[in-house]
Design a binder for this molecule. Sequence first.
Ligand code: DOR
Ligand code: ZN
Length: 353
Amino acid sequence: MTPPAFTQVTIPRPDDWHVHFRDGAMLEAVVPFTARQFGRAIVMPNLTPPITTVEEALSYKARIQAAVPDGVSFDPLMTCYLTDTANADEISTGFKDGVFTAAKMYPANATTNSAAGVTDIANVHGVFERMQRDGMPLLIHGESTDQAVDVFDREAVFIDQVLSNLVQDFPDLKIVFEHVTTQEAVQFVRDRHAVRPGFIAATITVHHLMINRSDLFRGGMRPHLYCLPIAKREKHRLALCEAAISGPGPFFLGTDTAPHARPAKESACGCAGVFSAPVAMEAYTQVFDEEGALDQLAAFASENGPAFYDMDVNAETLTLEKTAVSTVPSVTSSEGDEVQPFLADEGTSWRCV
Ligand code: DOR
Ligand code: ZN
């Protein structure tokens, strides 16, 4: 006899350890989708201009809080964008005062709004030394920016050329390898975690758990599935699923929800980013259900992240239940910008109760 399928799951309220909220009308339109399900979110600093000072972070945080619907508790955790001229004192003060939770390193020109990023990692060694001393996490967009490197190989090349040296040079620096997309990244994190637990972690997006690179071209070009790092081969997607459902450990939830208005996506030169906030927990739960691993959802979504960041697990709970598949409506800002969410047509078979 086959065991009964689970139709409901309750977990401690999850957190999203990687989001893009943008600013202005777009921010107001998208924040409620994250706040309705997640207790906290690590907010990426890649605005134009980027968030590099304590003052900018405080004022950005206030704009986010103002967009949280009444009666909803949600804590935005702010990050500092590292540039070649990053100021170690400012970053350290911001961390010690509880304004910055972490600093984000984009290699210059690796992705959306990264032009002000780091051109040579040697330029921020002083900052890393201070972060290491302070216990401040470094969040990394891990892709080589060498245009001669094939776009599907950029994460693996970054591991070989940058990350493997970085963890040797700064063994006490807490590092999150953001939105990992390859077998190589999963293996790197596992190996490093075995040697230095608590000092390496990785976020995994829901779109990278659900799509592979062939899906980008299914029946035609699918600009709303284009993001960076780009989705890889099926074997990599399978490695990510295995990591996500592996229980307590270094892998945790980070959607990388990244809204762009429809014309910026459906364009001759479309922007990278998948807007997954409207379906995030529903879609992650669907993946865990399909993997027969609903019992590991709490570790990935609610427990591993706080353990790495030295925070408490949220006291509230979130319940999801299996339903008929429903499609996902697009979101429109007060300025008329329309954003198409992930799974708009396919829908999801779970919903938040
Ligand atoms: O696809 C992406 N979009 N990847 C990133 O790293 C940045 C993000 C964005 O800000 O749109
Ligand atoms: Zn991101």
